[in-house]
Design a protein around this ligand. Structure first.
Ligand code: HXC
Length: 263
């Protein structure tokens, strides 16, 4: 079903999977403030929607996922306004990263600057063979401002991140796969079906456990190892309060498929 009418986004949810399409094709889906506000609002709606158990994010058209933050809008920003623009985008991407549901980016074309940063705020990235990634900000006289200097080294390591950040070079999907920036590369016309297949598999698992896995990874990476494993122990214990733990283990012992309820 369609949730709301947005100007710069398309959103449909079906069979437990929400599909967000960034939709400013004439500007290669560049992120302007209006789009970011709509995304912020949509993420709040999705977080509250118990029917949505996984989310896919993609770009409209066959050329771009997102070609970055809107350069026209940023061009005349003051230092103060630039900081606010950056902070707002960061806040939206943090919300996406910490959405209770798992989020898969289906990167269908250019993912540059804020577009690469958006993909990195998703849990898992699938890329079309036509996708291109990069952080070209230094060519514009700026640094990445939507988390790129932080999430890129966490995903691909310090050295590779610094090369991409300092040179501004674009890399293709295969290279992004090689360095661990994307999980999988598919032919362009199979991208959305591959994302759906992965989302369906995730949705078929115990929902509470999937959500707690996400929280444990996200929270744990911000902690030292001892605190992270302590947090994991809490989430592990919590699973035993779920009906799906009882069902999952009973099904195994009875040699049948589990019927999960998400409770
Ligand atoms: C605004 C953009 C845009 C962007 C493309 N467009 N990227 N508009 N902001 N980031 C617009 C173009 O102006 C053009 O509009 C239309 O989209 C099609 O783009 P073309 O350049 O004509 O297409 P092509 O020649 O195929 O080149 C594709 C491209 C190029 C290589 C992706 O568009 C490009 O280099 N874009 C900018 C990429 C970039 O530097 N991104 C990082 C931005 S900084 P018209 O009206 O002319 O048809 C950033 C910072 C994030 O993201 C943090 C902020 C705090």
């Amino acid at each position: 079903h369609v949730l709301k009418d947005y100007k710069n986004l398309l959103y449909v949810s079906e069979a437990g999977i929400g599909l967000i399409t960034l939709n400013r094709p004439k500007a290669l889906n560049a992120l302007n403030s209006e789009l970011l506000k709509e995304l912020d609002d949509l993420l709040d709606e999705i977080a509250r929607d118990a029917n949505v158990k996984a989310v896919i994010v993609t770009g409209s058209g066959d050329k771009a996922f997102v070609a970055g933050a809107d350069i026209g809008e940023m061009q005349s920003l003051t230092a103060m306004a630039g900081r606010e623009f950056g902070k707002f985008g960061q806040q939206v991407f943090n919300k996406l990263e910490n959405l209770p549901q798992p989020v898969i980016a289906a990167v269908n074309g250019f993912a540059l600057g804020g577009g690469c940063e958006l993909a990195m705020a998703c849990d898992i990235r699938l890329a079309s063979e036509k996708a291109k990634f990069g952080q070209p900000e230094v060519s514009l006289g700026i640094v990445p401002g939507f988390g790129g200097t932080q999430r890129l080294p966490r995903l691909v390591g310090k050295g590779r991140a610094k090369e991409l950040l300092f040179t501004g070079d674009m890399i293709d999907a295969q290279e992004a796969y090689r360095i661990g920036l994307v999980n999988k590369v598919t032919p362009p016309d199979e991208l959305i079906s591959a994302a759906r297949a992965m989302a369906e598999k995730i949705v078929s698992r115990a929902e509470v456990a999937v959500k707690l896995c996400k929280a444990a990874v996200n929270r744990g990476l911000d902690m030292d190892l001892a605190s992270g494993v302590a947090y994991e122990a809490e989430t592990f214990g919590l699973c035993f309060a779920s009906a799906d733990q009882k069902e999952g283990m009973a099904a195994f012992v009875e040699k049948r498929k589990p019927v999960f309820t998400g409770k």
